[in-house]
Design a protein around this ligand. Structure first.
Ligand code: MN
Ligand code: MN
Length: 330
């Protein structure tokens, strides 16, 4: 798909409560945009998340050298890995994102309690993979009913940002709403300023990508993040791709801005190793939002669980329909 760029005059800057971000979308946005193109990017974002998870999971916790020795360059969805996955099987990154999306859609609006309830129900199914911080936060909710985990200096993992996409879709067109809900959903399990900042800025990048803005504009957006938290600077890239949210986001940003298409972005990201399913999922959501459905390799989609693909498409459409953009689904 050729990306169309949209006239900047459709957007009026507004002072944001959070650092530096200055965009808002006119209420009549739905009249101005190519709906089909936006819907394609919204669906591709959620499919991209699942595809990145399934592509990266088999090499989770391997180093780039170990991946090279074993696969050369990993370019296919192969399954296996420490979780002994079927090819195309997704993990907690996609499953928790589905919990968030389903809770919002089921409630017909924002429902933090509903999200926490679905996380708890999911944890009871004994999922194959759960991050320690996520488990602790969900247990905190189950035992005490608390919707906010206390600040913890060790909570700067990537577990909140990996499941943020549904919040970004649901708040499309309203930056203040994104910020509020992104932080609220993050604090169910992760209460740390670096995680919060990653969530808000990842959401902003998804908004810009879905609405058709350029990579140059997206990169400019990140200057706000880097000014506030220089840790997130990703140029020069340090090559770290652990579950620490700073390493994770540096990896995603590096490969997203460097690559020319969805496949190049995802292959680069997961071959870096480390928390590869999670960097893959976040990069997949962002690259999907930017490039749209036609740019996601069909051979990867064919490997995926069909039910998961149907669910993410339906949920993505529902979320954008509920968003402040006032877009209609199919
Ligand atoms: Mn995972
Ligand atoms: Mn992971």
């Amino acid at each position: 798909m050729r990306r169309k760029s949209f006239s900047a005059s459709l957007f009026t800057p507004h002072p944001s409560l959070f650092t530096g971000c200055a965009y808002c979308i006119l209420p009549r946005v739905a009249d101005h945009y190519d709906m089909q193109e936006i819907l394609s990017r919204v669906k591709a974002a959620f499919i991209g998340l699942a595809v990145g998870d399934a592509l990266g999971a088999p090499v989770e916790f391997l180093t780039a050298h170990e991946i090279k020795a074993k696969y050369g360059r990993l370019e296919e969805i192969v399954g296996g890995g420490w979780l002994r996955l079927k090819a195309g099987q997704v993990t907690d990154d996609t499953e928790m994102s589905l919990c968030v999306a389903r809770a919002i859609v089921a409630a017909g609006g924002w429902d933090l309690q509903g999200i926490a309830g679905r996380f708890a129900a999911w944890l009871k199914t004994k999922p194959i993979d759960v991050g320690d911080t996520c488990r602790k936060g969900i247990r905190n909710y189950m035992l005490k009913g608390e919707l906010e985990t206390p600040f913890n200096q060790w909570d700067a993992g990537n577990g909140a940002v990996m499941r943020l996409l549904p919040v970004a879709l649901f708040t499309m067109g309203d930056d203040a709403l994104l910020e509020k809900y992104a932080v609220a959903q993050a604090h169910l399990t992760h209460n740390h300023p670096l995680s919060d900042a990653a969530c808000v800025y990842f959401g902003r990048l998804v908004h810009l990508a879905v609405l058709g803005f350029s990579k140059a504009r997206m990169r400019r957006e990140l200057e706000g993040l880097i000014t506030e938290y220089p840790n997130f600077r990703f140029d020069p890239y340090r090559g770290l791709s652990t579950g620490y949210v700073v390493d994770t986001m540096q990896t995603v940003f590096h490969y997203f801005f460097k690559a020319r298409d969805f496949e190049e972005c995802l292959v680069g990201t997961v071959n870096q190793g480390g928390d590869a399913d999670t960097t893959g999922a976040i990069a997949g959501a962002l690259a999907g939002a930017y490039y749209g459905m036609e740019n996601i390799p069909k051979r990867w989609i064919r490997k995926m669980d069909r039910k998961v693909m149907e669910d993410v498409v339906t949920l993505a459409e529902r979320l954008i329909t509920m968003s402040p953009t006032g877009m209609k689904g199919r």
